[in-house]
Design a protein around this ligand. Structure first.
Ligand code: SF4
Length: 447
C-alpha cells in the first residue's frame, strides 16, 4: 500500500497533492456519506496553544475543497473532545480551531460525537459504545496530528479513533488494556483514508500544557491506516515495533512492521526524521516555576485523558500563582497506582480510581471525581500545599485572574508559551485573527 509524504507549502494545492499521490479518493463515490474525524483533544475554558495538539482548519479546508471538486454533497465532520466534566466541549473546539468556519464555507455538517447516538459493540472482552455516525459513514477520513503521547508513545490515526467512542468506553480502554483495545478498535472502524496533519508536530506530551510544538510542514497520507501510522511514527523517531498497538496489529493481520515494506511516494523521509521525547515530567514543569517537593506519579496506562488534562491544568495554574514554593514532600497519585507513601511523605489521591485503589490510606488527602473538575482540583491543592497567609494571598491575587480565564477574557499564559509568538506559529492555520481576516478581505478586494 502506498503512503505519500508531501511538504505543506501553505497552499491548499499541496494538501490535494498529498491525497492524490496516495490515490486517497480512489474508492470514493460522489454519493458517499463522508465523515471527517479531526483531532480536537481538548477545548476547555483555558484556551491553550493549539499548535501540534489539534488538527488545523487549513488541513480540513484542503480536504473539503477536494471533496467538493469530486462532487461529494454529503460531508460531515465529527469529533468528541475530552469529557465535558473538565470544561471541554466539542462545539467550543470547532470554534477554537476555526473548523466551524471552513465547515460553513463548504456546507459540511458538524457533529459532536459525544452527544451520540451510540451502538453497543463487543471489542474483545469489552463492551463499548461506538458513534453510529462513524459506523454509518461510507467513507471515513481520519485526520490526526503528528504528535507524541505520554502513555502510548505516538498519537496518530489509530489513537485518534478513540474520539468515536462514548465517554465510559474511553475510560474502560484505560482500565482494560489501552494498546490492545486501540488495536481492536482499528479493526472495527476501518478508515478509508488517513491524513496526518504535520504542519506542526508536538513532542513531550499530547497537549501544549506539557509538550512543545515545532513547525514541520509535512503531510502523510494513505488509504492504509496502519502503513500511514508506521511512517508517521518513523518520522518522529520511533520504530513502529516500539508502538504496542501497531506491533499487535501487525501480528494479528500478519503484516510486516518493517518500514521498507511500505511504498513511500513524494518526499524522501530520511531528512525529515527526528528523535522526539514522548515522556513528559510534571516535576520539571513545576521546577521551572521554582515549585519543589511536589511529585506526580507516572500516569501509566490507567489514567484517562479527563484526569490527565485537569490535574495538569490545575498544577499549571497553581505553580504560576504560587512560584518558588516548597511543598515539603508531597506526592500525587492517580489512576490505579498503589500509593506506598514513604515515611513523612504526604499523599494526595487524585480521582476516584486512586481513592478506591488506596482505600486503606487514612492519612491521604482525597480529591474525588471521575474526573475531578479543575476547580475541585485546585481548591484542595491550595488548601493542602499552602499556609493560611499564602492561601489568602493567592486567592486575593489569583482569584480575579482565574475568573478572567474562566470567562475567556484572559488566556492565563504560561511562560513557555512565549515561543508561540514567533512567526513560525501561524494562527491563521486555525482561526485567523481579526487582523489576518481583514488583510485577506483587502487582498481579495485588490485582486
Ligand atoms: S477517576 Fe480518572 S482515571 Fe479513573 S476512570 Fe475516572 S477519569 Fe479515568
Amino acid at each position: 500500500m502506498t503512503v505519500s509524504v508531501v511538504r505543506f507549502d501553505g497552499s491548499l494545492d499541496s494538501i490535494s497533492r498529498a491525497i492524490e499521490l496516495c490515490g486517497g479518493f480512489g474508492k470514493l463515490d460522489r454519493n458517499d456519506r463522508v465523515l471527517i474525524k479531526p483531532n480536537i483533544t481538548y477545548s476547555g475554558w483555558a484556551l491553550i496553544p493549539p499548535y501540534g495538539m489539534v488538527t488545523t482548519s487549513k488541513m480540513l479546508e484542503g480536504i473539503l475543497r477536494l471533496l467538493a471538486e469530486h462532487g461529494c454533497k454529503d460531508v460531515s465532520i465529527g469529533e468528541g473532545t475530552v469529557a465535558e466534566g473538565v470544561g471541554s466541549n466539542t462545539r467550543r473546539g470547532y470554534k477554537y480551531t476555526g473548523i466551524d468556519r471552513v465547515a460553513r464555507r463548504y456546507g459540511a455538517k458538524l457533529f459532536d460525537l459525544n452527544e451520540g447516538p451510540f451502538e453497543r459493540r463487543q471489542l474483545g472482552e469489552v463492551k463499548i459504545g461506538v458513534s453510529r455516525i462513524a459506523l454509518d459513514a461510507d467513507f471515513l477520513i481520519n485526520v490526526p496530528v503528528l504528535k507524541t503521547h505520554p502513555q502510548v508513545k505516538v498519537s496518530l490515526g489509530f489513537k485518534n479513533l478513540k474520539g468515536c467512542l462514548d465517554i465510559p468506553s474511553r475510560k474502560r480502554f484505560h482500565q482494560k488494556g489501552l494498546e490492545h483495545l486501540i488495536c481492536l478498535l482499528n479493526q472495527l472502524l476501518e478508515c478509508d483514508l488517513t491524513i496526518i496533519d504535520g504542519i506542526y508536530m508536538l513532542e513531550g506530551g499530547a497537549d501544549t500544557l506539557m509538550g512543545l510544538a515545532h513547525r514541520k510542514d509535512l503531510m502523510i497520507a494513505s488509504q492504509d491506516a496502519f502503513a500511514c501510522d508506521c511512517v508517521g511514527a518513523t518520522i518522529m523517531g520511533f520504530e513502529p515495533s516500539q508502538v504496542g498497538y501497531l506491533r499487535e496489529y501487525a501480528e494479528l493481520r500478519n503484516r510486516p512492521i518493517d518500514i521498507s515494506a511500505i511504498q513511500i511516494v513524494g518526499e524522501d523521509i530520511e531528512p525529515h526524521k527526528e528523535k522526539l521525547d514522548w515522556i513528559s515530567s510534571a516535576e520539571e514543569e513545576l521546577l521551572s516555576f521554582g515549585v519543589t517537593g511536589l511529585s506526580v506519579s507516572n500516569p501509566g496506562y490507567s489514567v484517562c485523558s479527563g484526569c490527565y488534562s485537569n490535574l495538569i491544568c490545575a498544577l499549571g495554574i497553581f505553580a504560576k500563582a504560587s512560584p518558588n514554593r516548597d511543598c515539603g514532600d508531597t506526592r500525587i497519585c492517580w489512576g490505579r497506582e498503589q500509593a506506598n507513601a514513604g515515611t513523612g511523605q504526604r499523599t494526595i489521591l487524585y480521582g476516584n480510581c486512586a481513592i478506591s485503589k488506596n482505600r486503606d490510606d487514612e492519612h491521604a488527602v482525597r480529591i474525588a471525581g471521575c474526573p475531578p473538575t479543575t476547580m475541585s482540583t485546585l481548591l484542595p491543592l491550595i488548601r493542602t500545599l499552602l499556609s493560611w497567609p499564602r492561601m489568602l494571598r493567592m486567592l486575593l491575587l489569583g482569584g480575579p485572574q482565574l475568573l478572567a480565564v474562566r470567562l475567556g477574557l484572559y488566556s492565563g499564559n504560561l511562560p513557555k508559551w512565549k515561543r508561540y509568538r514567533s512567526p513560525e506559529f501561524d494562527r491563521s492555520h486555525f482561526r485567523p485573527s481579526l487582523w489576518q481576516r481583514m488583510s485577506q478581505v483587502f487582498a481579495a478586494w485588490r485582486k
